[in-house]
Design a protein. Sequence first.
Length: 214
Amino acid sequence: MNFVATAMRLNPNYPSHYVLARGLALFAMGDLKQAAEVFGEGVRRNPDATALFLPFSSVLAQLGRREEARQMLLKFRPGLDQKGLENLPDTLHLSFKWDHEHASVRERLNDGVRIAALPLDVTVTSLEAELETGNPFSQQYAAKRLGWFGPAASQVVPALVETLKVEYLRRDAIEALGKIGPPAQAAIPALVALQNETLVGIYAKDALSKIRGN
């Protein structure tokens, strides 16, 4: 990353792929605020740098700046309706590749785009209510979407732990707890109890690794 920063400093007319490389490196390190500044400056310098729009949208969404994130998605694909926005993250091939070692970084980036595509009235709080009182179909959607919010969904850890008791929600709840990461420490005993289960054991082990920071 130091190499990219130096190149950007030495060449005031640096191309947008320098911005992309630096912003993604900051994102991978967990420095969302600085990544947003880098992407934002890149878009201001070159409003047509479409390769920056999706990662910038993702970072903004994960910072809680969801309205700005949504506008960036609409800039990337003008005219999309709500259905189109929500389908967008699963139909795109991003302009950069990640090796297997950094697959979790790619997934976090994709999850941010998914958050950006949600209606603004879909929040962690509304999803928690859906998880607890909705029908089975909406409960599954809620569990999956809560995972997209990552650590910002830490308030729902107790509800997700309770959801582990429901077989048809178990896998989605496990994966959501893993995406919440270290703030989901309270879920460790329940996940340990599931790690040798035939159907979900592998997911429980993966979630435990993420929560423990391994």
